[in-house]
Design a protein around this ligand. Structure first.
Ligand SMILES: *Cc1c(COP(=O)(O)O)cnc(C)c1O
Length: 293
């Protein structure tokens, strides 16, 4: 697959003598958040290898992973079941509507029950109800996902810094594992729980050329403010690159702040991974009246 990397221009980059590139894995697929395609790739092969015909996974009602699983399952001849956290709403939100249109069977569980989703008791209840299935964890994060995300960057991505948004950390870990030790990898968590994230990423990576920057999570998962929303809209107007409000908007806000504060030495090149997530903007616009791209 040919993935486009584009350079972004801005007066401040010249002033600070840095170059910023964006790797557009968001363009991998119309409905699949870019990194979720990489996370699912080897999971689908594993499901096929073991002759499963159904995929089952978990997620919130606006989850990029839920939609990605429904679409990839549909394209590859699997049935899919989504266990959704929270009550069913009378009108499906844009994410769940699309997932359903791609054949996903939606099953809602209370927030309390959802906490026990990985226990063998809960899974056996699901197996009694739905028959046998290939289980993909929430967010798609497992060793097959790590193998897939290690294909996001290649030797040609030789910038000094690589930046990526962080949810579970599996995408960042894949990037770390395939980076050169001369590169600096910076993760921008979109959620709270910095210490656990750091521990998790450490446990699945083989290098120490990385760090997390926790200054741009905007209060936690799916939290936003008008500064962030305006930033995303201005960025789209000036650069013609849409960002999402949960992950990539926060990362890009952080990168520009760090450039402004001289974090990157003169002459540095920076690669930002655009992991996608744009489908989520529709739900945000609908819920909060934003005008996200
Ligand atoms: C899921 C997601 C992430 C986080 O990926 P992890 O592997 O869970 O860290 C980042 N960006 C976007 C757009 C996502 O959908």
């Amino acid at each position: 697959m040919k993935i486009k990397t584009q350079e972004i221009s801005n007066r401040i980059f010249e002033e600070k003598d840095v170059k910023l590139f964006v790797k557009r894995i968001d363009l991998t697929h119309e409905f699949i958040s870019g990194n979720k395609w990489y996370k699912l790739k080897y999971n689908l092969l594993e499901a096929e290898r073991n002759s499963f015909n159904t995929l089952l996974t978990f997620g919130g009602a606006y989850s990029n992973h839920i939609l990605a699983t429904s679409v990839l399952a549909n394209e590859n001849g699997f049935k899919s079941i989504g266990i959704i956290r929270g009550e069913r709403c009378a009108d499906l939100n844009p994410t769940l509507k699309l997932a359903k249109e791609h054949g996903m069977q939606l099953h809602y569980v209370s927030r309390k029950e959802y906490q026990f989703k990985q226990t063998s008791k809960f899974l056996s209840v699901l197996r009694n109800k739905f028959g046998d299935f290939y289980l993909i964890p929430e967010g798609g994060s497992n060793k097959f996902a790590l193998k897939g995300t290690s294909e996001i960057i290649t030797k040609n991505d030789s910038q000094d810094y690589i930046c990526c948004s962080v949810g579970t950390g599996t995408t960042l870990a894949g990037i770390i594992n395939s980076s050169s030790i001369k590169q600096n990898i910076i993760g921008f968590p979109a959620i709270k729980g910095f210490k656990e994230l750091e521990k998790e990423i450490k446990s699945i990576t083989t290098k120490s050329n990385w760090q997390l920057n926790n200054d741009f999570c905007f209060g936690g998962y799916a939290k936003t403010n008008s500064l962030l929303i305006n930033f995303i809209n201005n960025f789209n107007k000036n650069q013609l690159i849409p960002l999402d409000a949960i992950y990539t908007g926060k990362m890009m806000f952080g990168i520009l702040e760090l450039i402004a504060k001289d974090y990157f030495p003169k002459g540095s090149s920076i690669l930002a991974i655009h992991t996608g997530g744009l489908q989520g903007n529709k739900g945000m616009n609908q819920r909060f009246g934003f005008n996200l791209p």
